[in-house]
Design a protein around this ligand. Structure first.
Ligand code: HEM
Length: 157
């Protein structure tokens, strides 16, 4: 049997994610549409997003070790009233940055990477329209792998 690496292992290491997001947010703050959205971002923002995504992709659990959780991350988007236009710009800039910094570009990795970005950014937009965080603190961190989504989200209620 083949030993399939996690997305994190395939991408490289924590430095890979740190470089990607550091370069990305340097563009974001200068962007005509997104600059305003991120003008008050915390000095820790880049590190937190990098740790979050690396953990979701199977890396070390740095985000949760630092006290973060999926609910905490969702909470950061509540009330931000993000739009589809902003979401698309966010993804476009991140994919441009991925090419610039030489992130792995094989079809399988990029398919999984874009799949995650589509999923994660759509959830960010949905949550940003809310005034209260719908997520329980105990909800697990998402995990992203090479495969398919496994079907639509169906509530347990
Ligand atoms: C996969 C998609 C996304 C991920 C993984 C993600 C992740 C995160 C994380 C981890 C934080 C918390 C940072 C901290 O604790 O300092 C955060 C905050 C934030 N995110 Fe996202 N995010 C995503 C999509 C988006 C999109 C599409 C937008 C806007 C177009 C956005 C706007 C923001 C804003 C405005 C904050 C608060 C920044 C601050 O003022 O400190 N996010 N995000």
């Amino acid at each position: 049997m083949k030993n399939i690496p996690t997305l994190y292992e395939w991408a490289g290491d924590q430095q890979t994610f740190d470089t990607l997001f550091k370069t990305f947010y340097a563009k974001v703050v200068k962007d005509d549409l997104l600059g305003e959205v991120f003008k008050n971002m915390s000095p820790e923002h880049v590190k937190h997003v990098s740790h979050f995504v690396a953990e979701v992709f199977g890396g070390e659990k740095l985000y949760t070790q630092e006290g973060g959780s999926h609910a905490a991350m969702v909470g950061k988007h509540i009330g931000k009233m993000l739009t589809e236009e902003k979401r698309q710009r966010w993804i476009r800039l991140l994919l441009q940055t991925a090419d610039e910094v030489g992130l792995k570009s094989d079809p399988e990795f990029r398919s999984a990477f874009v799949g995650y970005l589509e999923w994660g950014t759509r959830i960010a937009v949905i949550n940003s329209q809310l005034t209260e965080n719908p997520m329980k603190q105990s909800e697990p961190m998402p995990k992203w792998g090479w495969g398919e989504t496994g079907g639509p989200y169906l509530s347990n209620d």
